[in-house]
Design a protein around this ligand. Structure first.
Ligand SMILES: Cc1ncc(COP(=O)(O)O)c(C=O)c1O
Length: 460
């Protein structure tokens, strides 16, 4: 394609590398340039409106603009636009945000370590797991277990933790001491007649087998998202985390909960850990922590980890870790204000009220011929597209049904997230019920278009 010289599309193609994008195709097709936001909606350069049913990247919890947060950032920049937390220095917003996170933590936590992204938070948690085992005299515990199809980010370590083969291809990753256990996707993977409880038992057995095969005293930590987001909004099957935690306790393996998507009411409680009964040693959070208005993340660590870190300072004289912008005063001031907004609008109560509306409204589309299953918790939901939902027969991958629904949905003014043939929804937490209706109507039109297209061109 030839772009109009100096058009915004031409400038993009000539200057930017886009993430999770087919770079060759991008040269031909160019970008969709988003120009502005309004509540749960965004508008492109031509003024076309879209409902953002996945809050950008599961993160714009308060929608896409905020005068109130802009004022906080402005005031903080005027007062102190930068300082750091190195070498005993501190700032009030960082202290206040850490206090607030400790106050609302799902289990007693001792301290907060700030970084700038979810990937960095998980990377730091990996380092802290290694640091912990070194401190307590078990330095051979270097292996980390996560799940196939998990998404934990993109630094070298966080992507090694991630269990998505497409993210490893061509990079020579994952690193050798990252292991992946079974993907607990009940709908797709259960045996005929197998209950959720039985399936969860099988998942826990697979984890235990992996631990035994690798050597229990070589395993440092297990990482899991309460609901697997980029894996397709996969809910843990019934009993899953109880059984998994039993295995981890047996072998004294640390549990790190990746709450980067689930944290701050996404699943209907403040934390996914509360929704699913998880008691982590460390918890990573980002995204809705600042309503995505500032890049910031946090690792919450319990006393067991913190005591070991103190001992390491006695030994090494220094906690030799850090990022220039970690705990940035503007980011922490904004995130702190976000926490105030969450309290004022009762974000958990809101998720408890709107979550069932999202689940039931989109749940009705289970009757659509393309839809095999709909499952979610709170304000996150996954919809499986199947050739035959009853018999669990998937579409041929070559038909790219999910990608076709994605394109059709965009045509109808709906931005959603597609993971293979699974559609994922995680709208801003401030969504209203009439907007959920709009999502459902636009989605229905997109599904109808694709069903008709498949009928006419592919499935005779
Ligand atoms: C569960 C989870 N963990 C970690 C990350 C990485 O966060 P970031 O993109 O901020 O590095 C993501 C990003 O989507 C995520 O979904």
């Amino acid at each position: 394609m030839t772009y109009i010289p100096n058009s915004i599309e031409a400038r993009d193609v000539a200057s930017l590398v886009h993430m999770q994008t087919n770079l060759r195709r991008h040269q031909l097709e160019g970008p969709l340039v988003i120009a502005r936001g309004e509540g749960c909606r965004v508008f492109d350069e031509s003024g076309r409106e879209y409902i953002e049913s996945v809050a950008g990247l599961w993160c714009a919890s308060l929608g896409f603009t905020s005068d109130r947060l802009a004022r906080i950032a402005y005031e903080q920049m005027r007062k102190l636009g930068y300082y750091h937390l190195y070498r005993h220095r501190s700032t009030e917003p960082a202290i206040a945000l850490a206090e607030e996170l400790l106050r609302i933590a799902p289990v007693p936590m001792a301290r907060v370590v700030f970084q700038c992204s979810g990937s960095e938070a998980n990377d730091t948690a990996i380092k802290l797991a290694w640091y912990y085992w070194n401190a307590v005299g078990q330095p051979q515990r270097t292996k980390i277990i996560a799940r196939q199809m998990a998404y934990h980010g993109n630094t070298c370590a966080a992507v090694s933790l991630s269990g998505k083969p497409d993210m490893h291809a061509g990079f020579g990753l994952p690193f050798a001491n990252f292991k992946h256990t079974e993907f607990p996707h009940y709908y797709r993977r259960h045996e005929p007649g197998e209950t959720e409880m039985e399936f969860s038992g099988r998942m826990a057995e697979a984890l235990e087998k992996l631990i035994e095969a690798e050597g229990p005293d070589t395993i440092a930590a297990f990482f899991a998202e309460p609901v697997m987001g980029a894996g397709g909004a996969i809910l843990p099957p019934q009993g899953y985390f109880d059984k998994v935690q039993e295995v981890l306790r047996k072998y004294d393996i640390l549990f790190v909960a990746d709450e980067v998507i689930c944290g701050f009411a996404r699943t209907g409680e403040m934390w996914g850990c509360q929704t699913f009964g998880i008691r982590p040693d460390m918890l990573t959070s980002a995204k809705a922590l600042s309503a995505a208005m500032q890049p910031i993340s946090a690792v919450l660590i319990n006393h067991r980890i913190h005591d070991a870190m103190l001992a390491q300072s006695d030994k090494f004289g220094n906690f030799a870790h850090g990022f220039t912008y970690a705990g940035h005063p503007v980011a922490t001031a904004v995130a702190l204000e976000v926490q105030k907004i969450y309290a004022e609008i009762d974000i958990v109560g809101r998720a408890k009220r709107l979550g069932p509306i999202l689940q039931s409204t989109l749940g009705q589309l289970k009757a659509h011929p393309l839809v095999g299953d709909v499952q979610g918790a709170g304000l996150i939901l996954g919809m499986e597209l199947m050739r035959d939902g009853q018999k669990r027969i998937p579409f041929d991958n070559a038909l790219k049904v999910g990608a076709r629904v994605d394109v059709a949905a965009m045509r109808h003014g709906l931005i959603l997230r597609v993971v293979g043939d699974r559609l994922v929804f995680a709208p801003p937490l401030v969504i209203e019920s009439h907007e959920i209706d709009e999502i459902s109507q636009r989605l229905q039109r997109a599904l109808d278009d694709v069903a008709e297209d498949l009928e006419e061109n592919d499935l005779q």
